[in-house]
Ligand binder design. Structure first.
Ligand SMILES: Nc1nc2c(c(=O)[nH]1)N[C@H]1C(S)=C(S)[C@@H](COP(=O)(O)OP(=O)(O)OC[C@H]3O[C@@H](n4cnc5c(=O)[nH]c(N)nc54)[C@H](O)[C@@H]3O)O[C@H]1N2
Ligand SMILES: Nc1nc2c(c(=O)[nH]1)N[C@H]1C(S)=C(S)[C@@H](COP(=O)(O)OP(=O)(O)OC[C@H]3O[C@@H](n4cnc5c(=O)[nH]c(N)nc54)[C@H](O)[C@@H]3O)O[C@H]1N2
Ligand SMILES: [Mo]
Length: 785
């Protein structure tokens, strides 16, 4: 089945986010996935006590849930997993991998759930069914024939705490710390930045803080599409007149207006809630300059207050008692004049002063942020600038204040907590060695970028993927695919078919697993599982729907099967016992991490779960200096790589790669991006109208995008149609994952190695659409001024 696109359109979206559009969209997908009844029934249990944790984002789930505790995109994710469609053995008999490689991401996953364990057969170029026993045995043989440091154990951020804990033990007992996860492409800038600044790798804000805060800053996060349930606490805060100050290059609808689709009064009435009270369209990569501007304004206000005997603006007591590096930071701020800060941020001085004025008036401020901060060359410093801003007025370690990174995958934060990390220094080594009777390898493992380098240079020979779509999510995808075929072993554990599964190595398996919404029975007992959300809250859940196929195994079972086949009885890890009773895994987790997980079995069912202890929330700073750290930025200019191609940067645009409202990462549900007004296509590049004219184009023209650094390697995507959009001059946007071939592998955050997917220097090249692309073009009249 190939998708017939609805015809492409572009009509700026003028309604609020949420509302009828959202309700309509939920019904649509339940219908399309043939999951109306099953899906609707499941939605009532979503994010509820004794129900399942939404498989979409990691935003906190309240202890006293609403009657319907889900959002449009959470409902889409549920329908996507509970679909009645199946990708069974007959599908693979009909289609070779060569053929399937010409299919789109959307069409692949749209085939439905995988049902049987599969092995790639090179002769017929097809996946053929195998048995679990045989698959485990053969994979075990393959892994034993490789050297452990040649194998990568990737995790995508969905697997439960139980499965994740087992997975890292498996990798380490096998002999490697090669444990990259999706976090390496996502919030690793947070983990590195916050650890240095405040001594914890995670955010400090909890749901309760939203009830106390009196001001919220929002940097580079698209709440309406990517964490819509957060719109509820934001709406509540707005009802209390809490100002929300947003920094984003484009005017995201969810950050402007919201109608709660679960409130009949709002749905029927004319009222929507204004979300952002100030909206600053900062240039891509201009946030550090913007924060320095706000700090500069605060220092001026402070000076003025001290001259006139007014109230102080900075919290001097907090700064003296709790922080280090303040005077260096202040000197750095003074070093940059307004003209420079205005040029780099793209904001006027008055805008930065306006933000500072509200900040100075507020007593309990929180900063929320997302990929717009972390996926930059200066991703780590971006995060640290946000902390600096909070520290200036003691907005850390008190109710209603703090730092709030919005994580992506629903258990990505938890995976790190239970040991999925390439850095062995971050796991309790002695305890694990003593309990389980093996030595943790000392050598640091590979991050995602390192793993890609290893695949390119042939030093990585085996790859196990616990979920995800690695080959589509990573940078430089056009260079990665050919190299991937040289893998000796590729094992992918998945729920649905994706691109990564279609590029086989010498020995290749595709192992289908239960989704988290499905009932997981072991020995006839229904098992529960746990996750940790973006606010450090740990909670138990259980699946509620019948499994998509009788052949599916849980992730826990698959890991234990692989581990037993690979390691035999080499360790004291009780794989078989754990597989049969997940409470035994939790007991082991609480023995290894007692500070966080003591009495886990009881506490995990408390309403709303339990919070992990965080020093920074008590103003205890576990940094080397014992204080919270002001960090001075090393460089305000996002892109120091461009000069080699175009020193005056006239032709170069700064490209950010975005998610639409109709996708979950590489899973493309559909071709509409409702809030941005785009329908029926993803082949677009959003540009400022004056750039379009200046570069000699007209809206609607077709172009290819080419990366403007390292010209000896041609990195191109397209053709895309130009859409005139409200975006700062010099900036452009296109969709992820289609644009991933543009990101050079080395173009990542300097300290965290998160690919700089939000600041790719590109130039345009005029192009011709194919007949079918031209057929589905956005009509000219949609772009008339
Ligand atoms: N429905 C849905 N939900 C999701 C996902 C999904 O794909 N679909 N993905 C999940 C995952 S894994 C993650 S990590 C999160 C991602 O959620 P987000 O963090 O919201 O990530 P993006 O969609 O990439 O959008 C980043 C936002 O940052 C802005 N931005 C880009 N560059 C800059 C900049 O330089 N400065 C500023 N101030 N802003 C900038 C963009 O305009 C955009 O609004 O969502 C999670 N939830
Ligand atoms: N250009 C660009 N690149 C990016 C980003 C960007 O903003 N721009 N964002 C980055 C970010 S933030 C992230 S997190 C990564 C995401 O990278 P990944 O996490 O690797 O990718 P996903 O698209 O989330 O993975 C989707 C696949 O997961 C499988 N799956 C779904 N549910 C389950 C489950 O319960 N169990 C198992 N075993 N498998 C399951 C399905 O087969 C599905 O096809 O991409 C990164 N790449
Ligand atoms: Mo993410």
């Amino acid at each position: 089945m190939r998708l017939i696109h609805p015809s492409a359109r572009f009509r700026p979206y003028t309604s609020a986010s949420g509302g009828w559009g959202s309700a309509h969209s939920v019904l649509n997908i339940l219908w399309r996935e043939q999951a109306v009844f099953k899906g609707a029934k499941a939605l009532l249990r979503q994010n509820k006590p004794h129900g399942f944790a939404c498989v979409s984002c990691a935003w906190a789930k309240p202890g006293d849930p609403h009657a319907l505790e889900f959002c449009e995109n959470g409902a889409k994710a549920t329908a996507w997993e509970l679909t009645s469609l199946r990708t069974g053995p007959d599908f693979f008999q009909r289609h070779s991998l060569t053929e399937l490689r010409s299919w789109s991401d959307h069409d692949l996953e749209q085939q439905g759930r995988l049902t049987h364990p599969l092995r790639y057969d090179p002769q017929s170029d097809r996946y053929v069914t195998t048995t679990w026993e045989q698959a485990f045995g053969e994979i075990g043989d393959c892994l034993r024939s490789l050297s452990p440091d040649e194998v990568v154990f990737y995790a995508s951020g969905r697997a439960s705490l139980e499965a994740s804990f087992m997975y890292q033990l498996f990798a380490r007992a096998y002999g490697t710390n090669n444990l990259p996860d999706s976090s390496n492409m996502c919030h690793e800038s947070t983990s590195v930045g916050l650890q240095q600044s405040i001594g914890v790798p995670v955010g400090t804000v909890t749901l309760a803080d939203f009830e106390h805060t009196d001001c919220i800053f929002f940097f580079g996060q698209n709440v309406g599409s990517n964490s819509p349930r957060m719109l509820h606490p934001l709406q509540e805060a707005r009802k209390r007149k809490v100002p929300i100050i947003t920094f984003n290059p484009i005017r995201e609808r969810g950050l402007e207006r919201f109608v709660n689709p679960q409130s009949p009064a709002e749905m029927l009435g004319p009222k929507s809630t204004l979300i952002s009270t100030q909206y600053h369209q900062v240039k891509i990569g201009g946030d550090t300059a913007a924060v320095l501007g706000i700090a500069k304004a605060l220092f001026h206000m402070e000076q003025h207050a001290s001259n006139s005997g007014g109230e102080t603006v900075l919290d001097h007591e907090f700064i003296a008692q709790h922080t280090e590096g303040f005077s260096e930071f202040q000197a750095e701020v003074e070093r940059h004049d307004w003209a420079e800060l205005e040029r780099i941020s793209g904001l006027g001085r008055a805008a930065m002063e306006a933000a500072a004025t509200v900040y100075a008036r507020s007593e309990k401020v929180m900063v929320v942020y997302g990929m717009g901060m972390t996926q930059h060359r200066q991703g780590v410093e971006n995060v640290q600038m946000l902390v600096n801003l909070l520290l200036l007025r003691g907005n850390m370690g008190k109710a209603g204040a703090g730092i709030c990174p919005v994580r992506g995958h629903s258990n990505v934060q938890g995976q790190r907590t239970v040991g999925i990390t390439e850095d062995p220094a971050k796991v309790p080594k002695e305890k694990i060695e003593r309990l389980f009777g093996f030595k943790i390898p000392e050598q640091k493992g590979l991050t995602t970028v390192d793993a890609c380098e290893g695949i390119l240079n042939g030093s990585v020979k085996g790859f196990i993927g616990l979920g995800g779509n690695f080959l589509r999510a990573v940078p430089d995808t056009n260079r990665m695919e050919p190299a991937w075929s040289a893998l000796a072993v590729s094992v992918q554990v998945a729920t649905k078919l994706n691109r990564t599964h279609l590029v086989p190595g010498t020995h290749t398996w595709l192992l289908p697993c239960l989704g988290r919404i499905e009932i997981d029975r072991q020995n006839n007992v229904e098992q529960s599982y746990t996750t940790e959300d973006s606010t450090g809250c740990i909670r138990a859940w259980r699946g509620t729907a019948e499994p998509a196929s009788g052949q599916l195994l849980s992730e826990v079972s698959i890991i234990s099967g692989l581990a037993q086949a690979t390691l035999g009885g080499e360790t004291r890890i009780p794989w078989q016992q754990w597989r049969q009773n997940y409470a035994a895994i939790r007991l082991a987790i609480s023995e290894v991490y007692p500070d966080i997980f003591h009495d886990m079995e009881a506490r995990m069912w408390e309403p709303g779960g339990f919070h992990r202890p965080l020093g920074a929330s008590q103003r205890k700073w576990t940094t080397p200096s014992g204080k919270a750290q002001f960090v001075s930025p090393s460089n305000l200019d996002e892109d120091d790589d461009v000069d080699e191609v175009d020193p005056d940067r006239r032709s170069v645009l700064q490209l950010m790669t975005l998610r639409s409202n109709d996708q979950f990462n590489t899973t493309v549900y559909g071709y509409n991006d409702r809030f941005r007004g785009v329908k029926g296509t993803r082949s677009v590049v959003f540009m400022n109208r004056s750039d379009i004219v200046r570069l000699g184009y007209v809206p609607g023209e077709w172009v290819r995008l080419r990366t403007a650094v390292e010209p000896q390697v041609v990195r191109e995507v397209g053709p895309f149609q130009i859409v005139a959009y409200d975006i700062p001059q010099g900036c452009a946007a296109s969709y992820y994952p289609e644009s991933n071939p543009l990101i050079p592998l080395w173009h990542h955050a300097k300290q965290s190695k998160v690919p700089a997917a939000k600041s790719i220097p590109v130039v345009l090249i005029r192009a011709q659409p194919s007949a079918s692309e031209a057929d589905n073009a956005i009509p000219d009249e949609d772009q008339a001024i």
